[in-house]
Ligand binder design. Structure first.
Ligand code: SF4
Length: 393
């Protein structure tokens, strides 16, 4: 640290991140555009390789909806029995909150997001709308070639906006830089697991989410600063239950819900919140064709999730292994209401946990929930039962 510079506390850094992360007017993105004159591309959940956007000279911006604002027009576009995310994304678009974005990328996550991409074309014909398909065939010569082609198509589309051609060298550099960001995030995830009292998930979450609106270098600097501050902190350790939270990979729960779980006695030691930010698990290779490297990462380096089909995958095995690796005592399924991908997979994951003797509980949420008392009681009962059970055995 520079001489004379006072170290900020983790709370202070988290407070700054929360302001950025939950600003549904994308104030940081607007500021970046004004300062640099650059272009920005939004990407919906779950996962878009941000390297392609970086290499096109644009700012990648994660658009994950918002539970903070009143939905006035967004509801009129959807039936009542689907999740909340598309309503808030449409509301953000119609109210000008996404005006700072020159393009929107819709990855093939589910029918809702696919339909939203079509709707976006009708609503915002002046903007680039790109639907990014993903491979279901894991043969590198088939699915791999297909996905690399999809990423090349994305690169061409973005280049038309930014005027910057995506060269192989630029893409390799972007992969190398994102490898560094992923390394920083992994270190932080490991610190959370080793000392969960030092890294509350409510802080880690806003830190991650702020990165969806910030240039990579600035965000990496924040992550490093938070890591050092958290490591140096002396927060008291409680006899909480170590849990993994799963199901929140797309529509995000309100921050109040994450805090409620912590208040209920949970140390969240791993999760799939904002999964697009930590979907790739390892460093990607820098040799060879970079589009093929990114395409292969879908098969070889990605986390298990419902919208990533893997032939021969034993559903739930990944979750069991993750729970063991993090020495978690239980799993909380927290999925958005009406989220087909999460809720269709959930029974298979629960079966796998049952077979492995791992305790679990489940509830549903919407991004705009404001009442957390029932969840406080449910999660509190769950953590109490884990603790009592482990003491009795
Ligand atoms: S919350 Fe679920 S159903 Fe809704 S858009 Fe996301 S993945 Fe699709």
């Amino acid at each position: 640290m520079e001489k004379g510079h006072t170290m900020r506390t983790p709370e202070q850094i988290a407070e700054q991140c929360e302001q950025i992360a939950l600003d549904d007017h994308l104030g940081e993105v607007t500021k970046w555009r004004e300062e640099t004159g650059g272009h920005a591309a939004g990407h919906l959940p779950v996962y878009t390789p941000r390297e392609v956007i970086d290499a096109a000279g644009m700012l990648p911006v994660g658009v994950v909806g918002s539970g903070e604002m009143e939905i006035i027009r967004g509801d009129a576009y959807f039936q009542s029995y689907i999740c909340h995310l598309p309503r808030s994304v449409v509301e953000m678009g119609l109210t000008g909150r996404l005006d700072s974005l020159d393009a929107m990328i819709f990855p093939a996550t589910c029918d809702v997001i696919r339909n939203l991409s079509g709707m976006w074309k009708l609503l915002f014909p002046e903007k680039l709308v790109h639907y990014l398909d993903v491979p279901h065939n894991h043969d590198p010569e088939v699915g791999g070639v297909f996905y690399a082609g999809e990423l090349r198509r994305l690169a061409k589309d973005l280049s038309k906006i930014s005027g910057v051609e995506v060269t192989d060298d630029a893409l390799r550099t972007a992969i190398e830089k994102r490898n560094e960001s992923r390394r920083l995030m992994r270190k932080l995830f490991d610190l959370r697991s080793d000392s969960p009292e030092k890294v509350p998930t409510s802080e880690l979450y806003v830190l991650m989410r702020a990165g969806f609106q910030m240039p990579q270098d600035a965000h990496d600097a924040l992550v490093k600063e938070y890591y050092e501050a958290a490591l140096a902190s002396s927060r008291p350790e409680f006899d909480n239950a170590r849990v993994v939270v799963i199901g929140s990979f797309c529509e995000q729960p309100p921050i109040g819900l994450i805090r409620t779980l912590e208040k209920a006695g949970c140390y969240i030691v791993d999760d799939d919140l904002l999964l697009g930010a930590h979907f790739i698990l390892d460093d990607l290779e820098l040799e060879g064709d970079p589009f093929t490297t990114l395409a292969k990462s879908w098969f070889d380096h990605a986390r298990s999730m419902p919208s990533r089909f893997v032939p021969d995958e034993v559903k739930g095995e990944y979750l069991v292994q993750l729970t063991k690796k993090r020495q978690a005592e239980g799993v909380i399924f927290a999925a958005p209401s009406f989220c087909d991908p999460a809720l269709l997979e959930q029974p298979m994951l629960q079966d796998a946990l049952e077979r492995a003797g791992i305790a679990h509980t489940s509830f549903k949420y919407a991004e705009n929930n404001g009442q957390f008392h029932p969840i406080l009681e449910q999660a509190g009962t769950f953590t109490d039962s884990i603790k009592l059970w482990s003491e009795a055995s």
